[in-house]
Design a protein around this ligand. Structure first.
Ligand code: AMP
Length: 309
């Protein structure tokens, strides 16, 4: 596979998901899983994470298909991380039913030298863990980070520290407001850039994504999905798609378009099923639609970014 290798760290989970019309129990999920499937469709992924002894063989098959290197996928005695969520009818709200850390409780990744990759995607997980992975990689050229409301609330200081080493920060609009205490996206972008990352992307659901890059601002649209089945992991699929495009040297606008196309596919099925099924032709078709409605991918290239560390 061409392009630079990407290290992905995040949660690997067995999710229980309830929507207004359906339910799935213990299906493959987690931020690193969605990101790996999304990025692994076009890029060379090195997955970092931990699973328990209950982890299903079908899950391993997925990782073998989408991750080039699994030497940092640890299996420990105990239960795999699990999470349950229930969506409201209009998808606007999601209630967390349970979070069981399982083998993630005392997980301390020790990377093999093989995983000194130039691109790192720190998908949503405790910032302490994100930092530990970052510190073990001396070859990093571009670090992309995602997080969630829980860590903004409970581990803000550590999160700020990790963000200070990152080049690209991904937050949704609620997290951006929670983190910055500002209502206006432009103000949020400025505050977040001042923490370190040269590029800040605020994901605004169906309204698209705002890209703050240096002094420029762009809005990139989303591919309209008629039939949402399960929005879980859309942000992680977005991040994985974005990281893959960065690994191929594409501009940040193109990277957001790739992320948006993969996120739109992800929400059309439960868990990773629709993302896994998606053909390259369908991904390209969605990217073409998005390109047509987005600013030209002229600026914000990876080469204009300083390296971190
Ligand atoms: P998202 O829909 O982007 O919030 O991502 C959903 C995924 O995040 C699910 O597959 C969960 O397993 C995972 N997840 C939920 N809570 C956490 C947490 N506290 N830390 C890491 N991953 C989590």
């Amino acid at each position: 596979m061409s392009g630079k290798p990407i290290l992905i760290v995040g949660s690997i989970s067995l999710d229980t998901i309830e929507t207004i019309s359906d339910r799935r129990e213990s299906i493959l999920g987690g931020s690193a899983t969605y990101a790996t499937v999304s990025a692994g469709k076009s890029a060379d992924v090195h997955l970092v994470g931990v699973i328990g002894t209950d982890f299903p063989a079908e899950g391993m098959k997925i990782f073998e298909e989408y991750s080039h290197d699994l030497s940092n996928l640890d299996q420990k005695d105990g239960q795999t991380f699990s999470w349950g969520g229930r969506y409201s009818e209009d998808w606007d709200e999601r209630e967390t039913l349970f979070t069981e850390l399982g083998v993630f409780t005392d997980y301390k990744p020790k990377l093999t030298v093989n995983n000194n990759t130039p691109i790192i995607f720190l998908a949503n997980i405790h910032p302490e863990l994100q930092l530990s992975v970052l510190q073990q990689n001396s070859k990093r050229e571009c670090v992309i980070i995602d997080t969630m409301n829980l860590w903004i609330d409970t581990a803000r200081k550590k999160l700020k520290e990790v963000i200070s080493y990152c080049d690209v920060l991904l937050l949704n609009e609620f997290e951006a407001e929670q983190f910055t205490h500002r209502k206006n996206h432009d103000d949020q972008g400025a505050v977040l850039q001042s923490l370190g990352p040269q590029q800040v992307i605020i994901k605004c659901g169906t309204k698209g994504a705002r890209l703050y890059s240096g002094h420029s601002v762009d809005t990139i649209g989303v591919f309209p999905v008629q039939n949402v089945v399960d929005p879980t992991g859309a942000g992680d699929a977005f991040g994985g798609g974005l990281a893959a495009a960065v690994a191929h040297g594409e501009s940040m606008t193109e990277a957001i378009i790739n992320g948006s196309a993969l996120a739109s596919l992800s929400i059309e099925g439960f868990g990773i099923e629709s993302l896994h099924r998606a053909s390259n032709e369908e991904i390209d078709r969605r990217k073409d639609c998005l390109l047509y409605t987005s600013p030209s991918p002229r600026d914000a290239t990876l080469s204009s970014m300083p390296s971190s560390g």
